[in-house]
Design a protein around this ligand. Structure first.
Ligand code: ADP
Length: 257
């Protein structure tokens, strides 16, 4: 895989108590910069804007009203990207921010434009950092503009830019035959070739406080990658250096495809 998309969930970036996991962000910056240095093209899809925004504003909980949440997302995105910029700069790696909505990929003209932007950034050795544009895409507009979550956005980006590997980092070691937070006997499944109805039945609801997608959206992302003849690896982002193991072909997490 020359071109790789890495998706990090809120649970990797924000501790359960709401504070920001700067160590994880720093590790990500290090690993991605090293990958670039070794000739790979990497796109980072990062959640965490709301979690970081809550921390920045000294709030313990997500506000209920959508406009307030969008405001927190706008504040948090600014803070998050500042942290990324600072951490990537330590490794002399430049970044560029892309805030996307679903309709961008639906309309041919904007679709074409956004792909050109990705190409131009990658050509200049810049790491694109992608997030859903929460300030314009809201739940109420679901099918019109919203991806629903960054899990699916990461797969849409990967398949569109021709990346054949999506590395999905979450707060769990991989995909289990049951929700491991609810069932202690759940076993990790190392390889899933096809995502089908049965696979979806094994996925429970979201486990983390700030996470939104849960396992179902990760399966949808895996399905999208497999349909495009690509692969997805779901692994634990607690230590982002796990990416080195993945790229070395070591059996970590769950391989889809
Ligand atoms: P993120 O913030 O990284 O996107 P989520 O909290 O949205 O993470 O989703 C990961 C969670 O999905 C896990 O912590 C776990 O509680 C839950 N989950 C439900 N079913 C499964 C399963 N079959 N295998 C693994 N995790 C599962």
């Amino acid at each position: 895989a020359k071109r790789v998309v890495i998706k990090v969930g809120t649970s990797t970036l924000v501790y359960p108590d709401g504070s920001i996991n700067l160590r994880a962000i720093d590790q990500l910056a290090f690993v991605i910069s090293a990958m670039r240095h070794r000739g790979r093209e990497v796109v980072l899809v990062s959640s965490g804007a709301i979690g970081v925004g809550l921390n920045y504003m000294g709030l313990k909980q997500r506000p209920k009203a959508i406009p307030e949440q969008q405001a927190i997302a706008a504040i948090g995105q600014t803070e998050l990207i500042s942290i990324y910029k600072e951490r990537f700069a330590i490794y002399e790696q430049k970044i560029g921010q892309l805030l996307l909505t679903r309709d961008i990929f639906v309309y041919p003209k904007s679709h074409h434009n956004v792909l050109n932007t990705f190409e131009a950034l990658l050509k200049q050795n810049v790491v694109p950092i992608v997030n859903e544009n929460d300030t314009v895409a809201v739940d109420e507009l679901d099918h019109e503009t919203k991806f629903g979550d960054n899990d699916q956005l990461s797969a849409i980006v990967a398949t569109n830019i021709g990346a054949d590997l999506l590395i999905m980092l979450s707060d769990i070691d991989g995909f289990y035959d049951g929700n491991p937070n609810a069932d202690a006997r759940a076993q990790l499944l190392g390889h899933i070739e096809q995502v089908d109805q049965h696979t979806y039945e094994l996925a429970g609801g979201s486990g983390s406080r700030f996470g939104t997608g849960g396992m179902v959206t990760k399966l949808k992302a895996a399905e999208r990658m497999i349909d495009a003849n690509g692969q997805m690896i779901l692994a634990n982002g607690a230590d982002p250096a796990i990416i080195f193991q993945i790229l070395a072909g070591e059996p970590v997490g769950t391989l889809f495809g």
